[in-house]
Design a protein around this ligand. Sequence first.
Ligand code: G3P
Length: 217
Amino acid sequence: MKFFVDTADVKEIRELNDLGLLDGVTTNPSLILKSGRDIVEVTKEICSIVEGPVSAEVTATEYSEMMKEAAALSRIADNICIKLPLTLDGLKACKALTSDGHHTNVTLCFSANQALLAAKAGATFVSPFIGRLDDIAFDGMDLIREIRQIFDNYGYETEILAASIRTVNHVKEAALIGADVVTAPPATLKALVKHPLTDKGLEMFLADWAKTGQKIG
Ligand code: G3P
């Protein structure tokens, strides 16, 4: 499973990348706002840190304007993945950009039929939003399950990028179902390592080691 981090915070991205945990980055207009930085400047910096795909989202809603924004975003770096909304114009742009050799991420996916359309448009990634479905009392994981089955039925190569991940259990469930990628906030990715028995066990080993009076190396 690939791990993307869902942030435009360069410090956090650098830290996770140095840990060897990052396969890519996803951003969106809300995350750019949160960063307080210029979209081109911050995206360029992110692309220089991470080797994998960095999703940068268009904000136009009409096809030809989307294509203009996509051209501007793709000039930022070679590893830019153009993020497009799951609308008819977004799908049309996805088809055109994919045919042109660009990587694409179709976002704001809340139904299996929407994911099917993204796959038919040749999207590199489709982003079903787990947490936002859970927020309205649906089960976001049911959507991942449905998309996995549909893509496997027809051999679609579009990767399922589980987004709007809020908990470590979301990560585990998405992995069990077979999502190809998970994008999560930095804190959630770092929390995956946590287990109280690991902390307790390490504490005991270190205490016993100190009693031996030995040193390695
Ligand atoms: O990148 C989009 C998605 O991950 C947003 O998550 O928590 O705002 O629903 P959230």
